[in-house]
Design a protein around this ligand. Structure first.
Ligand code: NAP
Length: 296
């Protein structure tokens, strides 16, 4: 029997409704309106489109979205000054620097300059360190979004064998860490695979929950998946498609048509993890605003 679809679009919609109500309460009871500053350097079309998606998401839940667009030749020094201003601005609860940055700017210098209490992307080493030791912190959005998608989709993570394909700093490593924590909603046994893993299928076939963030179409085919597994496809890949107006379509890292015949639950691309990532950014911005104003 074909797998059920685990829709990130639906879960994200439900979460944003809850968040809109929370923002309304924050404003009514405490006079607080969370503010997210988004910094975009240059005009990379994908980045411009991500920034516009974030603006719309903020509007949906009535978070203030403050955009700072700069030309591609904006210097690292000037960007660090802008970050310092945003760190000091009480109307700004979250700071997001859209990546990638132009080559002349060192991404680490910039991300490390963000006040960890405003680091709504969860990429600051302080937040990553707190995550590692299981302390309260702003969690990275895509990994946290995957965990929430599983939990709200009715998947019990505790005690399950999670196999994570990919070990990047923004998806694979933090997600493996989150699911490994001795905490409710985690407590999984986690295996992490990467390009130096020999015979990866031996591992992926053992997964109760298989999460794939490799950045390559068809990394996972049906023969690599156990019957009844839960499959989460984080990948987003552009495939040329002359039949589409924009000349391409988006696919994940999993051969969806084949794998859905074996899995019990599977996320689609698009409409799976993507909407959850932006939703967790909103979640972090609200959490940062509550912390800044001492609201429980
Ligand atoms: P990345 O930095 O390129 O990392 C890819 C990881 O996958 C690396 O650890 C790599 O191993 C591993 N890998 C690649 N091919 C593999 C293979 N054939 N077998 C085993 N491991 C393999 O990518 P990323 O930033 O984590 O992103 C991964 C995908 O998720 C991309 O398609 C990206 O667009 C997507 N993404 C989606 C969202 C969302 O919101 N939906 C957010 C972030 C990323 P090595 O370390 O050995 O090179």
């Amino acid at each position: 029997m074909a797998a059920k679809k685990l829709s990130g679009t639906k879960v994200a919609r439900a979460m944003r409704k809850e968040m809109a109500a929370e923002v309304e309460r924050l404003k009514a009871d405490h006079g607080v309106v969370p503010g997210l500053a988004v910094v975009l350097v240059g005009d990379n079309p994908a980045s411009v489109s991500y920034v516009s998606g974030k603006r719309k998401a903020c509007e949906e839940v009535a978070i203030n979205s403050l955009e700072h667009k700069r030309d591609a030749d904006f210097t690292e020094e000037a960007l660090l000054e802008l970050i310092a201003e945003l760190n000091a601005d009480p109307a700004v609860n979250g700071i997001l620097v859209q990546l990638p940055l132009p080559d002349h700017i060192d991404e680490h210098h910039v991300l490390d300059a963000i006040d960890p209490s405003k680091d709504v992307d969860g990429f600051h080493p302080i937040n990553l360190g707190r995550m590692l030791v299981g302390e309260e912190c702003l969690l990275p959005c895509t990994p946290h979004g995957v965990q929430q998608l599983l939990l709200r989709g009715g998947v019990d993570i505790e005690g399950k064998h999670v196999v994570m394909v990919g070990r990047s700093n923004i998806v694979g490593k933090p997600l493996a860490n989150i699911l490994l924590q001795r905490k409710e909603g985690s407590n999984a046994t986690v295996t992490v695979c990467h390009t130096r893993t020999p015979d990866m299928a031996v591992h992926t076939r053992q997964a109760d929950i298989l999460i794939v963030a490799a950045g390559r179409p068809n990394t996972i085919t049906a023969d690599m998946v156990a019957d009844g597994a839960v499959v989460v496809d984080v990948g987003v890949n552009r495939i040329e498609d002359a039949s589409r107006e924009r000349g391409f379509r988006l696919v994940g890292d999993v051969d969806y048509a084949g794998v859905r015949e074996k899995a019990s639950l599977i996320t689609p691309v698009p409409g799976g993890v993507g909407p959850m990532t932006i939703t967790m950014l909103l979640h972090n911005t609200i959490a940062a605003a509550k912390t800044a104003h001492g609201v429980e």
